[in-house]
Design a protein around this ligand. Structure first.
Ligand code: DC
Length: 226
């Protein structure tokens, strides 16, 4: 990792991390690590391999040998494949999110994915999006953000996204799911979702994405990273 700058963007789902990380990596011309996708693919791989999310040793084996690839599609979107099979859509469903959150609570799964996440750290730099990027995976990162927003606001954003994709969803159900997932992610024994001590916390509840990005860029400039 020595010498390659890393910017970490942690926070709960729906806080805008994915969008901000994407915009930032593109703006800087740096690599992007979507660590949530690795947990999502692990959950999906279990479904494909017939492994129960509760069978910790078997899930750990799946994570250890995860044959995953990230490529860029024609429209600039990121395509995720497991054993060469496109799972980009499957991992983004609500079930995909539940699987990710369940397998992510298993300590040996987190260990198995640690080295793989650090491999993304290559010149000229890395933007790392997740829950424990600043606390566990890249604790020495020179710049760390923690993006958050109220559960209600995050549920509404997710609702709009899913409706736009043509999925039928209920807002109260989404809010419940988000609250449950927050609870699981922040109370788990390993790598709970908490801001790093040196993270800059941004609450985006009442802030449009362009404003959040502007604030992020200002911090990046102040750090001398651009
Ligand atoms: O960011 P996301 O919604 O794609 O993440 C899916 C799940 O994976 C989320 O419930 C928490 C888990 N996760 C994690 O535990 N650690 C990370 N670094 C990233 C995601």
């Amino acid at each position: 990792m020595g010498g390659v700058p890393v910017i970490t963007v942690d926070g709960p789902s729906g806080a805008g991390k994915g969008t901000i990380s994407h915009m930032l990596a593109e703006h800087l011309g740096w690599h992007l690590l979507d660590s949530g996708a690795l947990y999502r693919v692990t959950g999906q791989a279990c479904l494909i391999e017939g492994v129960s999310w509760d069978d910790h040793p078997a899930v750990t084996e799946v994570a250890r040998h995860l044959d995953v690839s990230f490529t860029t599609g024609a429209g600039g979107e990121i395509l995720v494949a497991y054993k060469g099979r496109d799972v980009s859509r499957a991992i983004r469903t609500e079930e995909g999110g539940r699987g990710a959150s369940t397998v992510a609570a298993i300590p040996s799964v987190r260990d198995a994915l640690l080295a793989r996440q650090r491999e993304f750290c290559r010149p000229p730099g890395l933007v790392a999006d997740g829950r424990d990027m600043g606390t566990v995976v890249f604790p020495d990162a020179p710049l760390k953000f923690f993006l958050t927003a109220s559960a209600r606001e995050r549920a509404e954003r997710r609702y709009k996204q899913l409706i736009a994709k043509g999925e039928s969803v209920s807002l109260p159900r989404l809010l419940e799911d988000i609250q449950e997932r927050d609870e699981r992610d922040s109370k788990r024994a390993v790598s709970p979702l908490v801001p790093a001590e040196d993270a800059i916390v941004i609450d985006s509840s009442a802030m449009p994405i362009p404003d959040v990005f502007e604030q992020v860029l200002l911090e990046v400039k102040q750090k001398g990273l651009i």
